[in-house]
Design a protein around this ligand. Structure first.
Ligand code: GSH
Length: 190
């Protein structure tokens, strides 16, 4: 079994895997359109985390695919079903390895579709940034979620474009500087 990580599964890998491959899926965009009430926010003050929204077929979402050994599949599914319980469902998509030497193949993703109870939907980047900087949940600050994702994307797929993610990161850092929560730091270079 293979699982595709495009959000926290890229940087918070709390399950066993035997192989990982960088690549992308087509026909989706990664967006912070999912409320998080059990990880990066609370029911009273939800955070925002990523899901995938349908887009043109030439749209690509880069992430990391993890190969799960047969012996671990049941326990990993049980673990991820619980971790993603806030509105995500398992679906199958075609994964395209970044390296041309590997053929595309089907794999599992966890996707929070528009009809789940925690779907937040569209909001302007500035509004999402204001929500993120004031949200903290059982897994920690919503800020960490955004910055960890931006950092891992720059690290593993520096050529990938994701204006939504990187503009949100820049907005958050600007807000934190304005609020005196961090000293002036150089903006991330994408
Ligand atoms: N399914 C996506 C998104 C996963 C995701 O970010 N899910 C949240 C649920 S709110 C999570 O597991 N968060 C863990 C954390 O924030 O530490 C992925 O493949 O990475």
């Amino acid at each position: 079994m293979w699982v595709f990580g495009y959000g926290s599964l890229m940087w918070k890998v709390d399950f066993p895997y035997s192989e990982k491959v960088i690549g992308y899926i087509k026909g989706y965009q990664r967006r912070f359109y999912q409320f998080s009430t059990d990880h990066r926010g609370t029911p009273e003050n939800p955070g925002r985390v990523v899901t995938l929204v349908p887009a043109s077929e030439d749209s690509r979402v880069y992430g990391i695919a993890y190969k799960i050994k047969d012996a671990d599949v049941d326990s990993v599914i049980k673990h991820l079903d619980y971790r993603e319980k806030g509105g995500y469902e398992r679906k199958f998509v075609t994964f395209h390895p970044k390296e041309d030497s590997m053929e595309p193949f089907e794999m599992t993703i966890y996707l929070a579709s528009f009809d789940n109870p925690n779907y937040a939907g569209h909001a302007e980047i500035e509004e999402i940034a204001h929500q993120v900087v004031q949200s903290v949940g059982p897994s920690g600050p919503n800020i960490d979620y955004v910055c960890n994702l931006a950092e891992i994307m720059r690290k593993v797929v520096p050529e990938a474009e994701d204006d939504h993610l990187f503009k949100l990161e820049a907005n958050i850092l600007k807000l934190l500087q304005q609020e005196g929560r961090i000293k002036d730091i150089a903006q991330p270079q994408n």
